[in-house]
Design a protein around this ligand. Structure first.
Ligand SMILES: *Cc1c(COP(=O)(O)O)cnc(C)c1O
Length: 487
């Protein structure tokens, strides 16, 4: 048994040993997360043991009320901030964080529009019944087929990323215009403001070395070109400065640069909109302290208003594109513990390795970005003292880490359910079939009910794509993750 060692040299500075290693940190877990009288975790009124029994593990659990609450709160925050300065706000849900028809319906019912960045995401939004006029379409390399589809269905705003794309979309919109006279595709021009922000830092340079958008100084010529094309209608500028941002200073710096450009371009024609993108941060662990969205929205709109006043121009309608901030906190991934292992690192201490039945195939973010998460035993409350643990997956990679650093009760053991919160954004969206692993199902919970909103893959799904394996119909292979328990 590992001794509890509060001064464990292996623990990073930000990780505090919790008073209660079964506690559910507010702001990290969905508001509905609680333990019942026996200590079992409940999400949306559904116990995790029942979820395991019906759907298996690993399992993505999405709290519908939590998604709706975040969507409504964020929309309210930007509406109020804009109204305080006499303008309007539009909030697009950045579908790349997690998109299914069900989620698209929830967020649109809460008054959000939807951003997509591929033909596939566009089809999901359309299948969900999202009004095409309320869809924004992004991407640095949209194909001709994707642009043709977007124009044909009437996508409200296409965000143009390059000189080549302006000509490409212009030709497509013109062909549509010959069928329906007077058609003009509404577009924004994506600008690279030179500001890149992440969590507590931002970097402001003349040029940001990345693939998206057009540099500030190249934007006037591109805007002029868009205005020359009769089938296109330039509505405004767009920028997106990063992700998981906690403060408003990076947004304020970017807004100041964007408003300078916006003011200059207004002289050549109408420019009613300014889209400042997404990137609003969330708490993945108890150590994270994101700025409340009301405060962020207030500070960003305030910065825009100030710049507009200096230049003597009206404040444009402002658009924002939160992804993670809408859905991140609503997701919890359930895993089953398979093995545990104490690894001694000599004087530096000991680490408890806890292996679960998923990993980098259902959450690539730790391997991709070094992202930190937290975890709790979910099927019961642990009784042991907190020990420093690392939750790892089942894949053949030493970087297959689910939770890099966490204190778990020392009695964590095979068969326990482990829950990892804040996995709603960019986990299912970035999932893979690495090691021929079927993707887990996504189950929505609400008011004591659970239902599958994205079916899990089966091993047969995967094997059926191998041209050398005969299609034999459903087999009785073990280990298939169906997530198909009846609702
Ligand atoms: C990724 C992205 C977003 C959403 O980012 P979040 O960090 O999830 O809020 C918004 N707009 C654009 C253009 C993006 O690429």
């Amino acid at each position: 048994m590992l001794p509890a060692s509060p001064d464990d040299a292996l623990a990073p500075d930000w990780l505090k040993e919790p008073a209660d290693p079964n506690g559910l940190a507010p702001g990290v877990w969905p508001a509905s997360a609680r333990r019942d009288a026996e200590g079992e975790l409940e999400l949306g009124g559904v116990g995790v043991a029942a979820l395991r029994a019906r759907f298996g593990t690993p399992l993505y659990v999405l709290d519908e009320a939590e998604v709706r609450a975040h969507a409504a709160r964020i929309r309210g925050a930007f509406d109020a901030a804009a109204a305080a300065h006499g303008t309007k706000a539009r909030v697009y849900y950045a579908g790349k964080a997690f998109l299914s028809t069900e989620v698209a319906r929830w967020v649109t019912q809460e008054g959000l529009r939807v951003d997509v960045c591929s033909g596939g995401e566009l089809e999901v939004a359309l299948a969900a019944g999202v009004k095409p006029s309320r869809i924004g379409f992004h991407g640095n390399n949209k194909s001709v087929a994707e642009l043709e589809r977007a124009v044909a269905v009437g996508v409200g705003t296409i965000i143009l990323d390059s000189a080549i794309e302006i000509e490409r979309l212009g030709a497509i919109a013109e062909r549509r215009g010959t069928q329906s006279h007077g058609f003009r595709q509404r577009v924004l021009l994506r600008v690279n403001s030179g500001v890149h922000a992440e969590t507590h830092d931002f970097l402001a340079t003349a040029h940001e070395d990345q693939k998206f958008g057009t540099p500030l100084e190249a934007a006037p010529a591109l805007a002029e070109r868009i205005r020359e094309i009769p089938s296109l209608r330039l509505r405004g500028l767009h920028c997106h400065i990063g992700s998981q941002i906690f403060g408003s200073t990076g947004f304020a710096e970017s807004a100041s640069r964007m408003i300078e450009l916006h003011a200059a371009l207004r002289e050549g024609g109408e420019l009613p909109l300014l889209n400042l993108g997404g990137g609003f941060g969330i708490a993945y662990t108890a150590a994270d302290d994101p700025t409340p969205i009301e405060e962020l929205a207030g500070a960003i709109v305030e910065a825009v208003a100030r710049e507009c006043e200096v230049r003597g121009i009206p404040i444009p309608t402002l658009a924002f594109e939160p992804g993670r901030a809408v859905i991140g906190q609503a997701g919890v991934t359930l895993y089953e513990v398979g093995t545990t292992k104490e690894v001694s690192l000599g004087e530096r201490g000991e680490r408890l390795y806890v292996s679960v039945d998923g990993g980098m195939s259902d959450n690539a973010r730790p391997a991709l970005y070094g992202s930190q998460y937290s975890a709790r035993i979910a099927s019961r409350e642990g009784t042991g003292l907190p020990v420093l643990a690392r939750v790892v997956g089942s894949h053949c990679e030493s970087g297959d880490i689910v939770v890099d650093h966490e204190y778990l009760p020392s009695d964590v053991t095979p068969g326990d359910l482990l829950a990892v919160p804040a996995t709603g954004a960019y986990c299912h969206a970035l999932s893979s079939n690495y090691n021929h692993t079927p993707r887990p199902a996504v189950v929505a919970v609400r008011d004591g009910h659970a239902r599958v909103i994205v079916r899990g893959e089966t091993l047969d799904d995967l094997l059926s794509r191998d041209a050398g394996i005969a299609a034999t119909g459903p087999t009785e292979r073990t280990g298939a993750r169906t997530g198909e328990g009846e609702a």
